[in-house]
Design a protein. Structure first.
Length: 117
């Protein structure tokens, strides 16, 4: 099982980034997917969630209206489009796969996002 994040980097405030998380080794379309983030010295924060079919999404209050989660089940990939980035969005971003039935879950290794002028 693998979840491999990509797309992180250094961006100026107000800029955009698109994170990707490529999944393999499990039935991706059966899992809800989430993006979490962890800033230095802080706990892990839930950023966004998308249902297994992509039919519903949810966002943390700090990113609502700026971030969009999506998925392509044909490509086994989940995305996080991040717009209007702020310095407080600086964190390591992780993707997470969850299937409640049987409670199977997997974490990616994370990708660093840094927002700085």
């Amino acid at each position: 099982v693998q979840l491999v994040e990509s797309g992180g980097g250094l961006v100026q405030p107000g800029g955009s980034l698109r994170l990707s998380c490529a999944a393999s080794g499990f039935t991706f379309s059966s899992y809800s997917m989430r993006w979490y983030r962890q800033a230095p010295g802080k706990g892990r924060e839930l950023v966004a969630t998308i249902a297994s079919t992509g039919g519903s999404t949810d966002y943390g209050d700090s990113v609502k209206g700026r971030f969009t989660i999506s998925r392509d089940n044909a490509k086994n990939t989940v995305y996080l489009q991040m717009n209007s980035l702020k310095p407080e969005d600086t964190a390591v971003y992780y993707c997470y796969a969850l299937r409640v039935a049987g409670w199977n879950d997997y974490w990616g290794q994370g990708t660093q996002v840094t927002i700085s002028a």
